[in-house]
Design a protein around this ligand. Structure first.
Ligand code: MG
Length: 269
């Protein structure tokens, strides 16, 4: 299937959805604390969607029962919110998607609750930075797997981490999950050319141990087989008509983080 190419107007709608995602994840990051449950965070996110006149990308997706994925500790991705109270030292990953005028935004963050182990903090930092390295590599004219290689190269340079094999990034636009699938590992130089009008969600998922995972009996929650803790960061970005990138789900469009990596963002969005 062809990769969906968006007009500037369509990317502007995606930016609106992206800002709802950014605002909601910020709200969750500021609100999440020891003693709360992930169901409470899900309700907060659902209320914020309504406030912005947006709908959920996740609720009802293949039957998913919530507006956020909430994955704690050895749960790496796709956790279902539940009523277990969060405790100090928990590592919580929240994935969230919003729709405005039929256009999707999708992003994820990992956060530590209470007293966070140094190794868990590093896991999160490595995961987040690998996402920025991936986006920075996904410039106009690059090959798709230039992103994959940049993500893996950074993670591998930071220590021994498991990079999930069965899950990866994806195209995004008039649907949450579109072509192409984007691996978080492997050599550069393969796959389609990246061109203006593409929008991609970049989402490294890593653990402190093995890359091997299994899905729990709830048919959603992905846990590490060795029970090592996982982290997950995600942003949706576009290549604007001027050939420059723009991070749709970052409030500043990625200006600060990509600027640090020597990548100038588009001013069209
Ligand atoms: Mg995604």
């Amino acid at each position: 299937m062809a990769i969906e190419i968006k007009s500037l107007e369509q990317l502007k709608s995606m930016r609106k959805a992206g800002l709802v995602v950014a605002d909601t994840l910020k709200l969750i990051k500021e609100s999440a604390q020891v003693g709360m449950t992930t169901v409470e965070l899900d309700e907060m996110a659902a209320t914020n969607l309504v406030k912005h006149g947006a709908t959920s990308s996740f609720l009802g997706y293949h039957g998913f029962p919530a507006v956020i994925c909430a994955s704690v500790n050895e749960e790496v991705v796709h956790g279902i919110p539940n009523k277990r109270k969060l405790i100090s030292g928990d590592l919580l990953s929240i994935d969230f998607g919003a729709i405005i005028d039929g256009w999707h935004g999708d992003a994820a963050i990992s956060i530590g609750l209470g007293e966070v182990e140094a190794a868990d903090q590093k896991l999160m930092d490595v995961c987040e930075e690998s996402m920025w390295r991936g986006i920075a590599a996904g410039k106009n004219g690059a090959k798709l797997t230039d992103i994959s290689e940049a993500i893996q190269r950074y993670i591998d340079s930071q220590g021994k981490y498991g990079i999930l094999r069965e899950y990866g990034g994806h195209g995004i636009g008039s649907a949450m999950h579109q072509e192409p699938h984007i691996l978080n590992f492997g050599p550069a130089g393969n796959g389609p050319d990246l061109v203006a009008g593409m929008a991609l969600a970049i989402e490294p998922m890593i653990t402190r141990g093995s890359e091997k995972t299994k899905v729990l009996s709830d048919e959603w929650t992905v846990v590490s087989q060795d029970s090592s803790k996982g982290a997950h960061f995600e942003h949706s970005y576009a290549i604007a008509p001027d050939g420059k990138v723009f991070v749709l789900t970052a409030v500043d469009g990625g200006k600060a983080e990509l600027g640090r990596l020597g990548v100038e963002i588009s001013t069209l969005l």
